[in-house]
Design a protein around this ligand. Sequence first.
Ligand SMILES: [Zn+2]
Ligand SMILES: [Zn+2]
Length: 279
Amino acid sequence: MKVDYHMHLEMGSLTLDYLEEFWQQAQRQGLDEIGISEHGHNFRQYEGIMGHLRTGQDAYPKIIRWLSKKFSLDLDDYVALIQAGKDRGWVLKLGLEMDYIPGKEAEIAALIEAYPWDYVLGSVHFMGKWGFDFSPEVGWPDKDTNSAYEAYFTALLGATKTGLFDSITHPDLIKIFGHQATIPLEPYYDAMAEALARTDTCVEINAAGLRKPVGIIYPHPDFLRKCQEKGVPITLACDAHYPNDVGNGIDQAIKLARSVGYSEVATFSRRQRTLQPIG
Ligand SMILES: [Zn+2]
Ligand SMILES: [Zn+2]
């Protein structure tokens, strides 16, 4: 089964016409099923979880400007749209990509409870108020790369340990702009694989890295191999932000999965996981 469980409508609109472009591209790419996973922060219901990132002395001006356009849509409209697509016979899943913000676990859990998600992705894009994937010019010039990696994997481990999410996305996104840590990352890979296994959470293989400065898939093969050894299932993702990117890189993601020993991919309905043969 060929699936892609990570894509965003945010560059277009919450309309059936726009959603249909994603489904049509999925069919052209030979995908059997796609999951739409809009960012939580596009919705007014997420303001209580991330709104504080745009206030205070330590907020980043570019991130304040970016967040000023967020929290504008309504989750009810989004959920209804995906259902309307399903009603047309499109093979869609209702997902959400939620930023993990330490201290906001109760609010995140409440939003997960409140809607009939097929699956929920857990992400780390922020350490404190620094959105590290925003731009190499935002924050990075002042940071020590090793410390950034340590903070990133600590946050990712925190997200995993909550057990709130069905899959942890792009799980070494910190490499997005090509910054390389010189500290050993094996202990973090071990801790992540262990926590994923213990909380029965999937790990995502995300092909978007191919389209970013780093030019390679998330996560590192050594990380993925440790997940495979611990029996952690995978989800597969292109992370499309435009219809044309649906399924883009999925074949490379499948190749990476197979290279470390995976033969199955996780699919979800109403948060019940089913493993399917890959490809
Ligand atoms: Zn993301
Ligand atoms: Zn995404």
